[in-house]
Design a protein around this ligand. Sequence first.
Ligand SMILES: Cc1ncc(COP(=O)(O)O)c(C=O)c1O
Length: 353
Amino acid sequence: MSKFWSEIVHLTDPYVPGEQPKQQNIIKLNTNENPYPPSPKVLAALREGANEYLRLYPSPTVDELLQAAAKQFAVSPDQVFVGNGSDEVLAFAFLAFFTKGEVIRFPDITYSFYSVYAKLYGLEYEEVPLLPDFTIPVEQFFDSEGGVIFPNPNAPTGVYLPLAAVEEVLVHNPNKVVIIDEAYIDFGGESAIRLINQYDNLLVIQTLSKSRSLAGLRIGFAFGNKELIEGLNRIKNSFNSYTIDRLAIIGAVAALEDTVYFAETREKIICSREKVAAQLQLLGFTILESKANFLFIKHNLLPAEVLYTKLKEKGIFVRYFNKPRICEYIRLTIGNEEEMDRFIHEVKVILHT
Ligand SMILES: Cc1ncc(COP(=O)(O)O)c(C=O)c1O
């Protein structure tokens, strides 16, 4: 606390990201990163891009990247916004589309950054309880006063809401923006991007951090009609003209173009997820059906916090949320095959000691 802090610093309740441990030889299954490296084409492009032009500012309009994203997602470049990770896109979207005094809605169990942004901007929000099976009660999101946001699949549960249900939320909020945060959509869900021409209130947010193995590069996208995109650009250009650096632009274009590598790594993760879920079920775990690159699991006898601590002692980091309704669960990011084998082995050891 400092006497120099502005009122807004006092109001903030900053997000706490998962641990980024410094030790070697740990198995990191706590922040939903991709276990596979970025495409070799991305790494080659980045090496080539590390050249004398770094003395120049990057493009403030990132046209080349907008073109690549538009081609990849079958939209037009003026329907795309690029940010420094989807967290930044979310931060701009809250400011661009939600208004003080109008209550916005998101699920009670969801990505914890939403309440952080709401508090930062002084927005009122209502946390709509998920149903007991952790699915989204769609009707509770109809006719919202200030707008709606939720991830699909949801985090940290991994539970997916079919596109027809997303569409119902859009239809029942014709005058408010509905933001669908699709950070994990590539691991088995169907994207709402194809609905942006039909619904002018829809903003879809995606990221290269998860399915393209580029959490370290910081690239996120928003897709929506061009007036929504213009709103985001107005906010961005009121903060910083150059949110995307030269190397990030180069790497992101290469990642979007390497569709073969993307499809391969995504399939490997989906296969591992299904295999691990089956193994865990045999060990007495309850597993929510996930369409993400993580599983939300609880053991019928072993408390989640004990499991989390014992795994950590063995150098395996998973995420535990000490919060009502979900404190019986741990969230397990899907790692590579060796990591998952080691995880299953250590869980068996913990269960039998
Ligand atoms: C639901 C959800 N949205 C957005 C993000 C942010 O991703 P990034 O800023 O890396 O694009 C995350 C990261 O874990 C997430 O879980």
